[in-house]
Design a protein around this ligand. Structure first.
Ligand code: UDP
Length: 217
């Protein structure tokens, strides 16, 4: 029996990850027919040529082993699905675009999604289920927690710490920290599109603008 691979989430995020997943498998000699979309909402039989099934169907399909990449931007959903998959023996799967650049001493946790044109430079630590969307980079000596999400073109400069579940919006720029004195994006914080973050951001808050300031709701 062959292994079975899933892109979990068949909406915008998943449809952007599927072609990368397909290419990765085909290069490894796995036929594209062993790759499916899984989604908890009902949908058509196929999405962009790839079978769509429910999670129960995915578990019921004969397979030697099952792997899933969590292709959903909301980090809380990724965490819940990671727990569900672990409980059912579905293994985390990482998907990396062919042109991603990774330099020296990059430690990447399970389940990462690295989109086209992403660069991870040297001496970087990243937790589980990281999403780095198109053109984002992580510079030297950064430490990222679990379930961190980068929208496209995030500029994460050196010596930045990003705690679990933070979300960095499209085009945001995070100013470089210093060795032993990093710029810190707190747990669950949200950095708005195009923000220029010049100082640390507390956990749970949203910052926007240049220089980035806390959004008062
Ligand atoms: N979804 C799911 N299980 C969950 C939560 C979400 O299968 O527990 C699916 C949902 O049905 C939808 C996708 O994940 O198809 C999320 O799509 P959305 O457009 O909200 O976000 P994105 O694709 O941008 O992450």
């Amino acid at each position: 029996q062959q292994d079975l691979y899933a892109v979990y989430g068949a909406s915008g995020c998943g449809r952007g990850i599927m072609p990368l997943a397909r290419q990765q498998l085909v290069l490894a000699g796995v036929p594209a027919s062993r790759l499916v979309f899984v989604d908890d909402a009902p949908g058509p039989a196929k999405v962009n040529g790839q079978r769509l099934m429910t999670y129960a169907q995915f578990l019921g399909e004969p397979a030697a082993a099952r792997y899933a990449v969590l292709a959903i931007a909301k980090s809380a959903v990724r965490e819940a699905l990671a727990q569900r998959c672990a409980a059912d023996g579905v293994q985390p799967w990482a998907v990396t675009a062919a042109n991603v650049v990774q330099m020296d001493d990059v430690q990447l946790g399970v389940g990462a999604v690295l989109s086209p044109f992403v660069t991870l430079t040297s001496n970087i630590r990243i937790g589980r289920h990281f999403h780095a969307n198109l053109y984002s980079y992580v510079e030297h000596d950064c430490v990222l927690g679990d379930f961190v999400t980068f929208a496209p073109r995030v500029h994460c400069n050196g010596n930045v710490v990003i705690e679990d579940h933070a979300y960095i919006g499209t085009g945001a720029i995070l100013k470089q920290g210093q060795p032993g004195k990093p710029l810190v994006i707190g747990r669950g914080a949200v950095v708005g599109m195009g923000a220029v973050v010049t100082k640390s951001v507390p956990a749970g808050v949203t910052v926007v603008g240049n220089p980035a300031r806390m959004l008062v709701k």
